[in-house]
Design a protein around this ligand. Structure first.
Ligand code: NAD
Ligand code: MG
Length: 333
């Protein structure tokens, strides 16, 4: 027996096996993690590990459900492993039912935190799954549905979360509205207003309300976007809000550093989430989604989970006012 054949499987063999699993599975993201476990390999190839375009045509009414996407996004349900980095902490995550917010919620629970999630009432089926996953970790999961465009609700949300959790250490302002429009003439006053209220006003109001509860060692994390730095021609109103949120992160970091509260942001590139299939992208862009990145594929929400953990981890005590990008080799910062 040669030295090579004494290994159970070669690295190339593992990759070939992985791509067969990817192609053949209805839920390719989970297929990969299963094959990885079987072969007991420790390093994932980031290019091969998740689905590439082309994607099937699909659309859902806003806000969309992760549970109805094909392929289903990987939020870390079976793939994220925790190590107690946020033990005993209490987090509120807006848009915690799906996408990056859900990935952060699952990861936070596996890192030992109790988690409250906000979402729109239409998203109850996604939210139920997240609460069940949090509770499966033995953590407290609190469901707080409601519309962040309502200023009074923003304040009530924070109070309800702090009451239910017994305090607040981490705030993730992640909810967002993105509706693509080819021309500025197609963006109605009402649509513009809804995007501003969801993405900017709610971020401002929820942060302001949360400061009553956040103590030294707490942190605030915003989901901004590569759109803050390199806006697309059909995301005019949305990209404005993401630039504003990036800027807010930096001013608030300066204001809150002396109080021991850190403020950071995450700037994702194209990530496979309901936002994109419910009016966020054209069908043409969706079919090729993420194909124009150097990795040639979109990101999955779980691939950003560890970033939300890192920014919340008290061990990252000198990091504030930072924007952490994750865009498959493109995007900024
Ligand atoms: P998503 O659809 O899973 O999450 C967005 C969430 O926003 C929804 O689940 C919904 O609960 C919430 N939301 C929207 N309007 C709301 C309202 N009025 N009241 C309460 N909640 C409301 O999609 P996602 O891509 O995970 O989005 C999360 C964040 O990531 C957003 O801020 C988005 O702008 C940002 N982002 C996404 C991408 C991407 O490619 N998917 C890229 C960059 C940034
Ligand atoms: Mg959702």
């Amino acid at each position: 027996m040669s030295a090579l054949s004494s290994f159970p499987i070669s690295r190339r063999g593992v990759l070939a096996a992985a791509s067969v699993t990817l192609a053949g599975s209805a839920f390719p993201a989970f297929g990969w993690s299963a094959s990885r476990k079987q072969e007991n390999i420790s390093v994932d190839d980031p290019v091969a590990k998740y689905p590439k375009p082309s994607f099937q045509k699909q659309s859902q009414p806003f806000p969309g459900l992760a549970g109805k996407m094909n392929p289903r996004p990987d939020h870390g349900e079976t793939t994220y492993k925790g190590s107690g980095r946020l033990a005993g902490m209490k987090a509120l995550i807006t848009g915690g039912d799906s996408g990056m917010g859900r990935a952060a919620a699952i990861a936070y629970a596996r890192e030992g935190a109790d988690v409250a999630i906000n979402y729109l009432p239409d998203e109850e089926p996604d939210a139920k799954e997240v609460i069940a996953l949090i509770e499966k970790e033995g953590r407290k999961g609190v469901a707080l549905p409601g519309d962040l465009r309502d200023a009074a609700f923003c304040e009530k949300l924070v109070e309800d979360a702090a009451n239910a959790l017994g305090g607040l250490d981490i705030l993730v302002n992640n909810a967002g509205r993105q509706q693509q429009a080819q021309s500025i003439g197609d963006i109605t006053y009402e649509a513009f207003d809804a995007t501003m209220k969801t993405n900017i006003y709610a971020t401002f109001l929820v942060t302001k309300a949360a400061l009553k509860h956040l103590k030294p060692g707490s942190s605030i994390i915003q989901t901004t976007s590569e759109q803050a730095y390199d806006p697309s021609e059909n995301l005019v109103d949305y990209a404005m809000t993401k630039a504003a949120v990036m800027n807010f992160t930096k001013s608030m970091a300066k204001q809150l550093a002396p109080k021991g509260i850190r403020v950071n942001g995450v700037a994702p590139g194209p990530i496979w989430t309901p936002l994109q299939v419910s009016g966020g992208a054209t069908m043409e862009k969706l079919e090729k989604f993420g194909g124009d990145t150097p990795m040639g594929r979109p990101g999955q929400p779980v691939e950003l989970a560890s970033i939300y953990v890192q920014l919340a981890d008290p061990q990252a005590s000198y990091a504030t006012g930072q924007i952490y990008g994750a865009a498959g080799g493109g995007g900024q910062p």
